[in-house]
Design a binder for this molecule. Sequence first.
Ligand code: A3P
Length: 303
Amino acid sequence: YERPFSFDHPLRLYKGVWMSEKILRGTLVMQQCFKSRPTDIFLASFLKSGTTWLKAMIFSTLTRINCSLDKHPLLTHNPHQCVPFIEMQFATGRRQIVDVIPSPRVMSTHLPYFLLPDSITESCCRIVYIWRDPKDVIVSMWYFVQKILGGPDKMVTFDQFYEFFCQGLNSLGPIWNHILGYWEESKRRPEKILFLKYENILQEPVKYAKQLAHFIGCPYSETEENQRVVEQIVELCSIKKMKDFDVNKYGDLATSSTDVRISMAYFFRKGEAGDWKSHMTKEMAERLDTLMKEKFKGSGLQI
Ligand code: A3P
């Protein structure tokens, strides 16, 4: 195709997954060299599924004893600095960074489950997975790619982007295999993978912040003080607050596998459920829902 549909094009197909050459190279090195620690926590997600939000939530939950909220690291460091993408560090020659993070390390990945190093899948470290209605993922991704490439005239239209998405043609696509890979494993090993949905967290953030804390090994006991703390963390990590911090308004993503500048502001747009209704026709929405239903058939997973 003449016009790009991804910020990290050209994409290559590797074992059924579309990915940039740089990320693929990083992934292969990581599979050989990465050594997980039993206390490691990984946040795994497909792109545009709420990764930045969950990074902030996990980081602030884990550090809540040592960090007062008025001098919190998230006020001066963006969530991707606090919780680095592992494959990106390997893709850009900064793999030493992951070795010097003190335990318990929190790292994130956009890789599908089956491409994770054995050291992660076979150890007792934990994985939090967040997924989101793919219709909203497309919309979010389309805006994101547009911002990076410099506007709609530099890339495909929304309708073309949608077509590519339905063929699984986007970074780390197809999305259905990504979601299913983590879902199946979370059913087999619920103690290893916490499987969360963006829309559910939006509806009941305090409930899920508590569940998250329990899963990563720092639960809240039922006290009024703890209730106040969890509500403050939810507030600190809300899109309204986060998009207003200077570090997120004016800073850039610390490490990117692309040569283009990725501003942190691109990671905070609407933060809502159902924005697809303003971008897709009824037919487009139904077609994608039917596609997802077919892919999820028999798995017990529903959109
Ligand atoms: P929208 O483009 O639909 O607004 P990721 O972090 O995986 O790249 O996902 C980005 C999406 O998460 C964007 O969705 C962004 O606005 C949303 N988001 C970022 N921070 C958020 C927060 N604190 N709460 C809810 N949504 C958030």
